[in-house]
Design a protein around this ligand. Structure first.
Ligand SMILES: Cc1cc2nc3c(=O)[nH]c(=O)nc-3n(C[C@H](O)[C@H](O)[C@H](O)COP(=O)(O)OP(=O)(O)OC[C@H]3O[C@@H](n4cnc5c(N)ncnc54)[C@H](O)[C@@H]3O)c2cc1C
Length: 213
């Protein structure tokens, strides 16, 4: 039994293993930058994440009185699809930093714009509908937890439980493709249809289509 959870390398690994012939969802590495700036003084630490689709940014507080400002893939920003995640430039660029921080400053006029870029650059494992794939594959015993699309870090413990439910069910002989397994959330009792994360789903049209999921 094997689970491909190789992040932005997941599609390449599938191709090496000859997996993916029946996927309806495409997944590819997408380079992204998230920037880091001192928060304006009057902004408290208890500010929640703010998504601003008009300006194409999201903002959330970070430790030490700072803010993280990321992008929501607005049409004016070219998407940086890459072939080799290992070769992606890990440094934030001046152009992206200035664009994103200036957008933030349009909503937060007290926001200073530092003259050197600060932040991180990384690679999303971006699914075409920005919804992850947690599923079996066409090869018995080969599972995938991929396509996390820049927003699944916070869901990691739950994702482990979802994968366990799928793996246990499929290994016991359940036909998860024809009759998707459901998972009952232990704290809320909410029932989650795991077919929503199928590799063969019709593309999810009710997401924001961005990193915000
Ligand atoms: C800039 C940036 C900001 C983000 N911000 C957020 C956020 O605010 N909130 C949030 O929830 N999520 C965020 N994410 C997304 C989050 O980081 C990912 O969803 C999460 O890391 C996915 O976890 P993973 O374990 O599936 O993959 P990864 O964390 O990518 O781990 C995959 C691992 O597999 C290894 N690997 C690859 N190929 C092989 C191989 N052949 N053999 C062995 N190992 C291999 C890699 O080295 C890597 O360690 C962000 C991502 C980026 C890039």
């Amino acid at each position: 039994m094997l689970v491909n959870a190789a992040g932005p390398w997941s599609s390449k690994l599938n191709r090496l293993a000859g997996i993916g012939g029946d996927f309806t969802v495409e997944v590819a590495p997408l380079r992204q930058e998230v920037h880091h700036v001192p928060a304006p003084l009057r902004l408290g630490d208890d500010v929640p994440i703010i998504a601003d689709a008009d300006l194409g940014i999201y903002v959330r507080p970070d430790a030490g009185g700072n803010l993280l400002i990321g992008g929501t893939e607005p049409a004016c920003d070219p998407l940086e699809w890459i072939d080799d995640p290992g070769a992606a430039d890990p440094n934030p660029t001046v152009a992206r930093f200035e664009a994103q921080i200036l957008r933030g400053a349009r909503r937060l006029p007290d926001l200073g714009v530092p003259n050197r870029p600060r932040g991180i650059a990384g690679v999303y494992d971006a699914a075409s509908d920005r919804t992850p794939i947690y599923d079996r594959t066409e090869s018995d015993g080969y599972f995938v937890a991929m396509g996390t699309s820049g927003n699944q870090f916070k869901n990691a413990p739950l994702v482990g439980s979802l994968m366990l439910a799928i793996i246990e069910g499929v290994m016991r002989g359940h036909d998860h493709d024809a009759d998707p397994i459901t998972f009952t959330a232990p704290h809320t009792g909410h029932r989650i249809d795991l077919g929503a994360f199928s590799r063969k789903r019709p593309l999810n049209s009710v997401t924001s289509g961005t990193v915000l999921g």
